[in-house]
Design a protein around this ligand. Structure first.
Ligand SMILES: [Ca+2]
Length: 502
């Protein structure tokens, strides 16, 4: 900006601004009146980049005071004072003159300004400062543009950052919620764990109490065990003593048995001697059973040879020629327990024992005999009190080995019970090695011997032989239920057959 001071009190200030009159007023320190100075007016004109300030002298306000030549109060008066109209005319003329002077002066000024402006413009256009200013302006503009772009980019980045921040905040919020949930869950779990720990400690206490009790009981049991072991040692000693005594007794018993055997042999010898003159053991006469021998005139009981079925070799059998008309072939006999009846299937099939004493004729021979013709069965019994009842069956038949020597009986009668102690129809024969009974158990092992057990039935004449005094309460003895009940063991038995039509 430049200031041009004119000789007659005009100061011109030029700047690089648009050309326009900004305003005209008295102001600033320069335009302020000082005491003793003439009044001056300060006027500024803006043209483009330049501004011009003019300081113009103001007219003296005549000598009249505002009171003398008019105010709003004067106008409102009803009647002007008488000398005032002349004064006003003078004043008006004076003002017109002043205005004319001013107008002339202003025209001069305008002309001057226009010339000066032209010169200034030429001067400004030629001056390199203008170019520099333009360049600076251009650079400024570019800087502004770049700044605007950078600002825009920054805004975009800021928006992104804001978005990202928002997302992170949301996630943080979510995480915070999850954390809260987890914390709650953790509290619940902690509470549960505490409860469980309480329970656990309670149980541990119980276990400790139980362990203590068990220790005590174990101690008691140890003492009891020691006591029992002492007892067992005592008993073992006693048993050993008893065994020694038993061995002595057995030795004595063996001696008695030998004597008994000798006696039996003597008896057999005597029987044979007696039978020599009565036809017993006649091998040259072929009887098919004792009934034939009886019919042939042999009426003495004893051992006879008979030829069963188509057998070429004779079989020794005992014939009872006295009981109920005689002619009976013995199938079984127990008298003294001298023969062991705990035998196998094969032994019961083929027969065992001594026909003159205790024996089992054999299932196969009985089957062959009862296949020839119809036989009756008689069961002779004796208890230890001397009672001798019998059971009679009109018809007796055995099936083959393939059918387990099944038993078939018809027409029971007799004195050994009102009912039969043998199951009548189709009971299979069983031994300890052939379980054909109708029990889930093995009757032959429980009751001993071989028999038509059913399950396990009311009779067993092949059980263990118990001597007198030992014969009661014996389920595995020689029993016939409808005679002496289920646990009485009899002293002697005999099963015998002869043809039904004898
Ligand atoms: Ca069975």
């Amino acid at each position: 900006m430049r200031k041009i001071l004119l000789g007659w009190g005009l100061m011109l200030t030029a700047g690089v601004m648009g050309a326009s009159v900004v305003g005209a007023s008295g102001g600033g320190g320069r335009g302020q009146r000082r005491r003793g100075e003439k009044r001056r007016g300060l006027h500024r004109v803006q043209h483009g980049h330049c501004s011009y300030t003019f300081i113009l002298p103001e007219m003296e306000r005549c000598q009249a005071s505002p009171v003398q030549y008019g105010s709003t109060n004067m106008v409102q008066r009803d009647k002007p004072p008488p000398a005032e109209s002349d004064w006003s005319a003078q004043k008006l003329q004076h003002l017109e003159t002043a205005m004319e002077n001013n107008t002339q002066w202003l025209q001069k000024l305008e002309k001057y300004i226009q010339e000066n402006i032209k010169m200034e413009m030429v001067h400004i256009q030629d001056h390199p400062v203008h170019n520099q200013t333009a360049t600076m302006l251009e650079i400024g503009t570019n800087l502004l543009t770049q700044t605007a772009e950078q600002t825009h980019k920054l805004n975009v980045v800021e928006a992104k950052v804001m978005n990202q921040t928002s997302r992170i905040e949301i996630k943080l919020l979510e995480n915070s919620l999850s954390t809260n949930k987890l914390e709650k869950e953790l509290l619940v779990q902690t509470s549960k764990i505490t409860k469980l720990q309480d329970k656990n400690s309670h149980l541990e206490n119980k276990v400790q109490v139980l362990e203590s009790q068990q220790r005590d009981e174990l101690e008691d049991m140890r003492e009891e065990k020691n006591r029992l072991q002492g007892l067992v040692r005592t008993q073992t000693t006693a048993i050993e003593a008893l065994e020694r005594q038993l061995r002595v007794a057995s030795t004595n018993n063996s001696a008695l048995q030998r004597q008994h055997q000798q006696l039996m042999e003597s008896v057999h010898t005597l029987i044979n001697m007696v039978s020599t003159g009565t036809g017993i053991l006649l091998r040259d006469q072929r009887f098919c059973d004792c009934a034939e021998a009886y019919k042939a005139g042999h009426n003495i009981s004893g051992v006879y040879y008979i030829y069963i079925s188509n057998m070429t070799e004779p079989t020794q059998v005992f014939c009872d020629m006295e009981t109920s008309g005689g002619g009976w072939t013995l199938v079984q006999r127990r008298v003294n327990g001298s023969v062991d009846f705990q035998r196998t299937w094969k032994e019961y099939k083929m027969g065992f024992g001594d026909p003159a004493g205790e024996h089992w004729l054999g299932n196969e021979l009985a089957f062959q005999m009862t296949s020839q013709t119809q036989y009756a069965l008689r069961v002779e019994l004796r208890d230890w009190e001397g009672n001798t009842p019998y059971s009679h069956y009109d018809k007796f038949q055995l099936a083959s080995e393939k059918q387990q020597y099944r038993l078939f009986l018809w027409g029971y009668s007799g004195t050994a019970g009102e009912q039969s102690s043998l199951v009548s129809h189709g009971t299979s024969f069983s031994t300890r090695d052939a379980d054909n009974d109708n029990c889930l158990c093995k009757c032959a092992l429980m009751l001993t011997g071989g028999w038509w057990f059913d399950a396990c039935g009311l009779s067993n004449l092949n059980g263990i032989y118990y001597t007198v005094g030992h014969n009661i309460r014996k389920l595995n003895g020689i029993k016939w239920h409808h005679f002496r009940g289920p646990s009485y063991s009899l002293s002697s038995t005999a099963m015998m057959i002869r043809p039904s039509d004898f």
